[in-house]
Design a protein around this ligand. Structure first.
Ligand SMILES: [Zn+2]
Length: 160
């Protein structure tokens, strides 16, 4: 028997330290968050994906009275990007959120399903997708790739 220890590297930036290209993408995610359809949770999430061709696709969470029918901002954005530009790899994704009750002071984190979906596109193009996570205040986390957020992931290699 042996124990396998996992480590994950994340770069923590203070807001004023964030490189300009990442700050620009995050700003677009912040605009997208304000377009969320979230009458039930009132929690607004925005995402912005920079594609290899320079195009930025944005999206927000879309809720529904039948709760499971809704979809997170990250998947809304990833599916939109892939539907519009099926052959263009994702370079980066910025994700942020607005809590209506008190400003979110920690970086918002994508749910497991969204991590799985983003990982699929990372595998499809064999290219890391840099992940920028932010709240409304406080530090910003930057991960080198989606795989760092989802170790031991199920992937196409398991399928026959
Ligand atoms: Zn999600």
């Amino acid at each position: 028997m042996k124990t396998i220890e996992l480590t994950s590297k994340v770069i923590e930036y203070q807001r004023e330290e964030l490189p300009e290209d990442l700050a620009d993408l995050l700003a677009q995610a912040q605009v997208a968050a304000k377009k969320a359809y979230s009458p039930y949770s009132r929690f607004q999430v925005g995402a912005a994906i920079l594609l290899n061709n320079g195009v930025v696709v944005t999206g927000s969470n879309q809720e529904n009275a039948v709760y499971p029918c809704g979809l997170c901002a990250e998947r809304t954005t990833a599916f939109s990007a892939s539907a519009q530009y099926p052959e263009v790899p994702f370079s980066k994704i910025a994700i942020t959120a607005i809590n209506p009750d008190e400003p979110l002071s920690i970086p918002v984190s994508p749910c497991g399903s969204c991590r799985q979906v983003l990982f699929e596109y990372e595998q499809k193009f064999n290219q890391p997708i840099e992940v920028i996570l932010s709240g409304q205040t406080g530090p910003i986390y930057v991960f080198h790739c989606v795989g760092d957020l989802l170790p031991y992931t199920f992937h196409a290699g398991f399928l026959p």
